[in-house]
Design a protein around this ligand. Structure first.
Ligand SMILES: Cc1cc2nc3c(=O)[nH]c(=O)nc-3n(C[C@H](O)[C@H](O)[C@H](O)COP(=O)(O)O)c2cc1C
Length: 512
């Protein structure tokens, strides 16, 4: 398998209206970020640039008590080579982390293309920069609990032009949001962004396991020149940078390779009525003939004991094949189906959302909660492509597809566009569209699965789950024994990946 690929290119897109960098200043910033060798140097640089940006404001008239519009106009007369706004600080941290993992990085300030007043400018240039990238990191201030208008305009650009929408299909996206308040809407911003970018056709990731910010980077900063102070926020941005870098590498590695034989797709049917979803899943699986191996988990009416939120989860460190949840009831669904959850290539949660809920069997929430031991057991589903299939009755306005996205993302999956089947008077009215979405999903899943196996085999290492927020009790902290088991688990995973990479992959084309 070829490994000496060109590195993936991560494009940082900054949606700050108070940008300190634009034009040549963006290119200069990229060089500055690339030259930073350590976390400490990065933080010092971000502090220096934050303070320089504050100074820009002072020099532009704040010290003379000028009103903000005049200060703003004066700032725009500058050349954009000094200082960083809060969103720019967050984005710089994320890009630095991606660069640290061997990615190329690039930077575009969106205010150059969507000025405060007047129409958009130089959109061809913007499109070209995006097309050259493998992945984007979109950093935005939080405005009214949502992304700012610059990020919004960008997303509209993705969605309004079919040719451009096609060009961004295989790209991965991650977000970073900066708000003035703790819980000011950083998470809602990231979630809306994820939903919209998925619908625009991109793939999306959340964060890695080093912090508790699940959906991307979340920074707390309000006044100009303050983002550098939020150490934890910068960590979340760096986590987002590492996550996107890791998946961008996998997409690169997977581009020239095919997974031979059947793709193992896990259908999680979690909310159904009279077997409707089960029937539709069977039809989709039949349609894909022998290209997939369908692993159907029909949990909608199963005996799924509720997660009792135990303090030691999983019950012990061990290899993936071992069931390690505290619930031992004989008829429990997870106890009986654990082994089938190991070794999937893609996950598709499935549900129905009718207006009239009579007869609906839902174990969605129970099922998701019970997957906690798989997440905490070193992210069993890490890097699997995931997209929900939801059969939604027109007018139901149900959030099921979004809930499915945000909860599976916590397993470090890679999200793809939800596949929506619309029901009207009991009839599926967009079957062709659903099938098209399904086929596109499989194509992507194959590429990502190939990349994941190559990367896993190459590095022969696995993600370590850091139980942030959970105090390790003395009873479970049997250090050495735990370490030994953890190593055995990692070795088991790596061996499985290497074996699979050997037997399941064929190089099909040269480097992309
Ligand atoms: C119109 C507007 C709405 C805002 N809404 C929120 C909000 O909902 N939550 C929040 O935490 N901060 C909010 N803020 C504060 C900004 O997110 C914050 O100042 C941020 O640091 C700006 O980033 P920048 O310096 O990169 O432009 C808002 C600011 C403006 C101007």
């Amino acid at each position: 398998m070829t490994t000496d690929l060109n590195p993936p290119r991560i494009l940082g897109l900054c949606a700050s209206l108070r940008a300190g960098r634009w034009a040549d200043g963006s290119a200069e910033l990229v060089e500055q970020i690339r030259s930073i060798g350590s976390d400490d140097t990065l933080r010092a640089f971000l502090k220096e640039q934050s303070l320089a940006h504050f100074e820009n404001f002072v020099n532009a008239g704040r010290s003379d008590g000028l009103p903000f519009d005049e200060i703003y106009a004066n700032l725009k007369k500058e050349v954009g080579k000094r200082g960083l706004s809060n969103s720019e600080v967050a984005l710089s941290a994320g890009l630095w982390a991606a660069h640290d993992l061997g990615c190329e990085i690039d930077w575009v300030s969106l205010v150059e293309h969507f000025p405060p007043s007047g129409g958009p400018v130089k959109l061809d240039e913007l499109r070209a920069r995006i097309e050259q990238a493998d992945a984007i990191m979109l950093a935005t201030p939080v405005y009214f609990g949502d992304r700012g208008s610059l990020a919004s305009s960008l997303i509209e650009l993705f969605r309004e032009d079919p040719a451009f929408a096609d060009a961004i299909r295989e790209k991965v996206a991650v977000g970073v949001a900066v708000g003035a308040k703790r819980n000011g809407g950083q998470e809602t911003t990231l979630i809306y962004q994820i939903v919209d970018l998925l619908n625009a056709g991109m793939m999306c990731v959340g964060n890695d396991s080093e912090t508790t910010s699940q959906y991307g980077g979340t920074v707390l900063a309000g006044d100009v020149g303050t983002a550098w102070k939020d150490d934890y926020g910068l960590n979340t941005s760096m986590g987002a940078g590492r996550r996107i870098a890791r998946v961008a590498w996998q997409m690169r590695k997977g581009a020239g390779t095919t997974v031979d034989g059947k793709l193992r797709v896990g259908f999680w049917i979690l909310q159904d009525r009279d077997g409707y979803c089960a029937d539709q899943v069977r039809k989709l699986a039949e349609l894909s003939g022998n290209t997939i191996e369908a692993h159907v988990f029909d949990g909608s009416d199963a005996d799924i004991t509720r997660c009792i939120a135990c303090d030691i989860c999983p019950t012990e460190v061990g290899i993936d094949a071992e069931y390690r949840c505290i619930i031992k009831k004989k008829s429990d669904y997870f106890k009986n189906n654990h082994e089938r959850l190991v070794g999937l290539d893609a996950i598709v949660p499935v549900g129905i959302a009718p207006r009239d809920r009579a007869g609906v069997r839902s174990k969605y929430q129970q099922f998701m909660e019970r997957t906690r031991y798989l997440r905490r057991g070193d992210y069993l589903f890490t890097d699997l492509l995931t997209a929900p299939i939801v059969f939604e009755e027109v007018g139901a306005n149900d959030a099921l597809s979004i809930r499915m996205l945000t909860s599976t993302l916590r397993h470090h999956t890679v999200m793809s566009r939800p596949m929506m089947g619309y029901l009207w008077n009991g009839r599926l009215i967009n079957r062709d569209e659903l099938v098209e979405g399904w086929q596109a999903f499989l194509e992507r899943a194959r590429r990502l699965a190939a990349g994941r196996l190559i990367a896993a085999a190459e590095h022969a290492a696995s993600v370590q789950y850091n139980p942030v927020g959970y105090v390790l009790s003395a009873a479970k902290d049997k250090e050495e024994e735990t370490l030994r088991k953890r190593k055995a688990m990692a070795a088991d995973r790596a061996e499985r990946a290497s074996r699979e990479a050997e037997v399941r992959l064929t190089s099909s084309v040269v480097e992309p």
